[in-house]
Design a protein around this ligand. Structure first.
Ligand code: AMP
Length: 275
């Protein structure tokens, strides 16, 4: 496995990998969800590159940038075992030179949900992903549906900016009890960890009800009440058009329920297809 920490090393390594290259951008603290993206990239037949970069610009001032888990040695072992061909480990100065004057501005699918609650988050994500695409020059890039809004934002950016890369979305990997794997789950206390599967259980119940043509507003109210009663504090729980991410009040295909809820020190994010 090639490991690059400078642009020069990256360019040398990239030149050995051929035109078709699958790319999996991550912030490290790798788990089975990340590895599923690498598996999907490998299954596509091309070589695979992964980046690990905890991107400061996608964290708000009161968010957990300094506390975000950093487990580089374990990550590199997992990537080697998964058959990754190249790991790109840039530092902050490489990604954000002091004279940088360009940031991607987003509307459309970036507007609501995480975009409203975390101002600047998707601008940080889109800008760093565009830079990583420019550095790594992948033919395909893999993103998890766990962050469903992020997939739509990146897909839209690639389309709007005519970037020569195909975005592929991979289904969410879950614990046996339904909790979506996340690097931040390690911060849950045992009590909160026991409550956490309630988010996906509630999404499933709501998706079944809406698919059976039950009233959308009542279903969502009842889902939020159930979450609150279980000790989760929902930030949002909404039925949306799966492409525009605009809220909808009756079922039109394809639709998705997007949800985020605070639980102890973290926010849980999850979503489900409907219909
Ligand atoms: P992160 O390191 O959290 O920025 O995530 C890197 C990539 O892994 C993103 O495309 C995420 O959507 C994806 N990812 C994170 N958790 C999961 C999961 N449980 N299942 C599938 N993909 C995931």
């Amino acid at each position: 496995m090639l490991i690059a920490r400078t642009i020069n090393d990256l360019n040398t390594a990239r030149a050995t990998l051929g035109a078709a290259l699958g790319f999996v951008p991550t912030m490290g603290a790798l788990h089975e969800g990340h590895l599923a993206l690498i598996e999907a990239a490998k299954a596509n037949g091309a070589k695979v590159a992964t980046s690990i970069f905890v991107n400061p610009t996608q964290f708000g001032p009161n968010e957990d940038f300094s506390r975000y888990p950093r487990t580089e040695d374990a990550d590199l072992e997992k990537l080697a075992a998964a058959g990754c061909h190249l790991v790109w480990l840039p530092n902050v100065a490489t990604m954000y030179p002091p004279n940088a004057a360009t940031t991607i501005t987003l509307t459309g699918p970036a507007t609501n949900w995480e975009g409203a609650i975390r101002p600047g988050h998707f601008a940080g994500v889109a800008t760093v992903v565009a830079k990583l695409f420019g550095q790594v020059r992948p033919s395909h890039a893999y993103f998890g549906e766990k962050d469903f809004q992020q997939v739509q934002v990146i897909t839209r950016m690639v389309s709007d900016l005519l970037l020569p890369v195909e975005i592929i979305a991979i289904p969410t990997i879950r614990e046996p009890d339904g909790l979506a794997l996340s690097s931040r789950n390690r911060f849950l206390s045992p009590e909160d960890r026991a409550r956490a599967p309630m988010l996906y259980a509630t999404l499933r119940t709501a998706a079944t009800a809406i698919s059976a043509r039950e009233d959308v507003t009542k279903t969502i109210d009842s889902a939020c009440n159930n979450l609150t009663a279980a000790g989760l504090a929902p930030d949002y729980f909404n039925l949306v058009d799966a492409r525009s991410l605009e809220p909808i009040t009756s079922l039109t295909a394809p639709a998705r329920i997007l949800a985020a809820a605070k639980l102890g020190p973290i926010r849980l994010l999850d979503n489900i297809a409907v219909g």
